[in-house]
Design a protein around this ligand. Sequence first.
Ligand SMILES: Nc1nc2c(ncn2[C@@H]2O[C@H](COP(=O)(O)OP(=O)(O)OP(=O)(O)O)[C@@H](O)[C@H]2O)c(=O)[nH]1
Ligand SMILES: [Mg+2]
Length: 359
Amino acid sequence: MTSYKTCHGCGITMQSEHSDQIGYVKNLEQNYCYRCFRLTNYNELIDYDVAEIDFLKQITTTYDKKNTYCYLLDIYDLYGSRNLELEKLIANNNVIIIINKIDLVIKLTNPKKVINYVKSIFVDSPLYHKITKILLVSAIKNYQLDELYHLISNQQGPVYFVGTSNTGKSTLLNSLIKLTNQQQKITVANSFATTLATIEVNLGTKNKIYDTPGVKNEHNIIHYLAKKNQKELIVNQLIRPVTFQLNSEQTIFYQGLASFTYLTGPKSNFHFYKNNKIELHRTKLNNKNNYFFEHAQQANLNLADYQNWKATRFKIKSSNLYSLFISGLGWITFDGFAGQEIMIETNENVAVWLSNDFI
Ligand SMILES: Nc1nc2c(ncn2[C@@H]2O[C@H](COP(=O)(O)OP(=O)(O)OP(=O)(O)O)[C@@H](O)[C@H]2O)c(=O)[nH]1
Ligand SMILES: [Mg+2]
């Protein structure tokens, strides 16, 4: 039987007929669907096929400009956690940009520098002129949550928390729920597509607050991994950089996930900010292909397949402090100067960006 009752954890309409389908619950009196129950109590993801659900279509937009959108980005994947279609969709309304998971880098962060940097990467975005505030927060450490609460409770109309999947929207709302002594618990998980429909959240404010399902983030390497590796690559511990002093024609492998090659330039330091679970291995450029076939592809962290392995080259044009981002693998910071050449190899869909240093 299908009901009109929605799951308190993920927002999906519940049904008690098909145990192999989304929304299943044995007894419709329950408040949480079976998937949320297993996720919350056993950290086990029931793999219903949610890949085809178009979560972008579920984002409510109006043209009366009354809505406010809290657009969450993940500090570990600042570029990859953006979604341009979503930015177009919400560009008619006020936008608060929230950079979450700041606890991952808290000891390294100069907040003003990060905020200015975020502003600069949105210059070309359709929502640039709608950004009313950029806030750095940590949902799990309650960092800046009072300020966030103050901001959202002072908005005129409804506030929607939006963003790509896994940026921490539901975790952030759960923390706000706790801080305001409300009784509600949204399901959160170390995986993608946890929230499945819009959920109204009670924070005791005059205006309405909503959690929404995360939009798919196709740039992130997590989507191209062997499935068994996906959980391991989601970062939730403080990132400690690893420094390599490299001569030209040296390569660093991120196990079987990607490689970084210093092609041309004098001896230089490169600081790798990455998930602590990924081991880095150095080899010479002329041994790169051997290493790739003999070790990298057999590593315990690897991609689902290697058909779309692609090289992207960067030539540094002027002296500056740079950060090179690989979506889902963190970033590499270095003191660059004109003439240096660098190459990243990974799945062709994984986004790679070179920009000024941001932290
Ligand atoms: N380190 C750290 N991890 C966080 C923080 N906020 C969320 N996470 C983790 O990020 C993962 C995803 O959190 P969710 O709240 O489920 O993310 P979501 O954006 O609601 O995901 P969808 O519902 O799929 O859109 C979980 O493993 C959280 O523990 C944070 O402030 N710091
Ligand atoms: Mg969620």
